[in-house]
Design a binder for this molecule. Structure first.
Ligand SMILES: Cc1cc2nc3c(=O)[nH]c(=O)nc-3n(C[C@H](O)[C@H](O)[C@H](O)COP(=O)(O)OP(=O)(O)OC[C@H]3O[C@@H](n4cnc5c(N)ncnc54)[C@H](O)[C@@H]3O)c2cc1C
Ligand code: FES
Length: 271
């Protein structure tokens, strides 16, 4: 049996600058990694350590994977300095990912904040490939400033898709910006969906997820229809070490996507 702790070598084929602190890495693992949208991988920089990331690319592409990474601390700062042609380690995929089958036939709302649009991009590729299965797809995205928006070239193309209603906002505008200004929660009213029945998928910084969830509940979304990406500290990724424990759940194994009804009574869900 394959050792799940042993990373596979992956060569960086391309690095795209998204913002001053966020880059998208296109990597080619030496063995194909078959992931489902929303599952995560542990990416390692040889000699330095590893950190969890959710691929942002289309899971249908088995040979290469894109991962969008924000510089936050030790490993991500090393990744920020790395060049195309260098090798990383990768293990996984881990976790359950998005329950696409539960989404079929439902109206879907996707809410992203900052680099939280990365895992959602992979979900969008999956949903775009079978848009007929979903009566409506509303996407709401918030970034801190116009220069913090990720996937700037893709967003206008996504906005043109049939059935897709994509609205974005920035917390603070500038001279180049004529769009919405305000937190992502300000574009969550008058949603073109039946909120009582629709599914909502939320990914972003904890504070954004917290206030987005409150707003969605106000709008009539049911807790079991609100899917949250929980970012707890990870180590093994295999449900063994307990680092990622959230009440009775191991986020690495039972998540990282969990519905609000399952976790709402746990004290530290927004930490
Ligand atoms: C399931 C899962 C999926 C994820 N997917 C993604 C993804 O797709 N893209 C992505 O970008 N991230 C993602 N993350 C978050 C990512 O794993 C963390 O940002 C990463 O582990 C940080 O590692 P690090 O070694 O760079 O930071 P560490 O050194 O471990 O620091 C952790 C935190 O400490 C703080 N910190 C440390 N050093 C500094 C400093 N010098 N200045 C300011 N603050 C500091 C920061 O808040 C930082 O987030 C995901 C996390 C999980 C659990
Ligand atoms: S990361 Fe080890 S149990 Fe989840």
């Amino acid at each position: 049996m394959k050792n799940p702790y042993l990373p596979i070598e992956a060569v960086i084929k391309d690095i795209r600058l998204e913002t001053n602190t966020i880059k998208t890495f296109r990597i080619r693992p030496k063995e194909a990694i078959d992931f489902k949208t929303g599952q995560f991988v542990q990416l390692s920089v040889p000699g330095f350590g590893e950190a969890p990331f959710t691929p942002s690319s289309n899971p249908a592409n088995k040979d290469e994977m894109e991962i969008t990474i924000m510089k936050a601390g030790k490993i991500t700062s090393i990744l920020d300095e790395i060049s195309s042609g260098e090798s990383l380690g990768i293990r996984g995929p881990f976790g359950k990912g998005y329950p696409i089958e539960e989404f079929k036939g439902k109206e879907i709302l996707i809410v992203g904040g900052g680099v939280g649009l990365a895992p959602l991009r992979s979900l969008l590729f999956t949903l775009f490939s079978c848009l007929n299965d979903y009566p409506k797809l509303a996407i709401r995205y918030g970034a801190r400033t116009p220069s913090d928006i990720v996937y700037k070239e893709s967003i206008p193309l996504w906005q043109k898709k049939d059935k897709v209603d994509f609205v974005l906002t920035v917390d603070i505008g500038d001279a180049t910006w004529s769009g919405n200004v305000g937190l992502v929660t300000t574009i969550l009213k008058d949603l073109p969906l039946d909120c009582k029945e629709a599914k909502a998928v939320v990914c972003g910084p904890p504070i954004m997820m917290k206030f987005t969830t409150f707003k969605l509940l106000d709008q009539g979304f049911k807790p079991d229809n609100i899917y949250l990406s929980m970012e707890k500290n990870m180590s093994c990724g295999l449900g063994k070490c307990g680092h990622c424990r959230l009440g009775r759940f191991y986020v690495c194994k039972d998540g990282p996507v969990l519905t609000l009804d399952k976790i709402k009574d746990m004290p530290d869900i927004w930490d």
